[in-house]
Design a binder for this molecule. Structure first.
Ligand code: NI
Length: 164
């Protein structure tokens, strides 16, 4: 009986690829998940408390509120033929923990985190600042995406700065 789940490899022989002889890149995307708990308050300091409450609702409450944030840091790279890895997951974990999680976990994001000073800590602003925090620790172009879950239902993604 014919197997349905795995077509024979011979159906897609490398020699029949278009652009024969042009080396192809085989990018693999690897993701490390992390978690932190933190407090914040959304505020545009140029606005009155009334206007802040109008725009940000409960998130502008003066005495802060907390979230259990989850983050996913995705790298893109080719598999090293010697190691079989893009990046060792333990190295990725160490960088994410040291340069991000340890900086924000159990902190007040408005008051306690030097790299967030002066930033209105919306999920959107946070993910951009997190990118700036992490990108220098990876080879150029390797950081592909950061996903930040502010709640189970509110998620932001950032693919880094672009020119368009
Ligand atoms: Ni909030």
């Amino acid at each position: 009986m014919q197997q349905l789940c795995a077509p024979p490899l011979a159906r897609h022989p490398v020699s029949l690829r278009p652009h024969q002889g042009v080396p192809v890149k085989r990018y693999v995307y690897i993701t490390r998940r992390g978690h932190f708990s933190a407090a914040h308050r959304l505020e545009n300091p140029a606005w009155s408390i009334e206007k802040n409450m109008e725009v940000f609702g409960k998130c502008a409450s003066p005495n802060y509120h907390g979230h259990n944030f989850y983050i996913e840091v995705t790298l893109r790279g080719e598999v090293d033929p010697d190691t079989g890895m893009v990046v060792d997951f333990s190295d990725l974990k160490r960088i994410v923990d040291r340069h991000l999680i340890d900086q924000v976990d159990h902190k007040n994001l408005n008051l306690d985190v030097p790299f967030l000073r002066g930033v209105n800590p919306t999920a959107e602003n946070l993910v951009v600042k997190f990118w700036e925090q992490l990108a220098p620790h990876f080879p150029s172009g390797m950081l592909y995406k950061i996903t930040l879950y502010e709640t189970a239902k509110n998620v932001v993604e950032y693919y880094g700065p672009s020119e368009d």
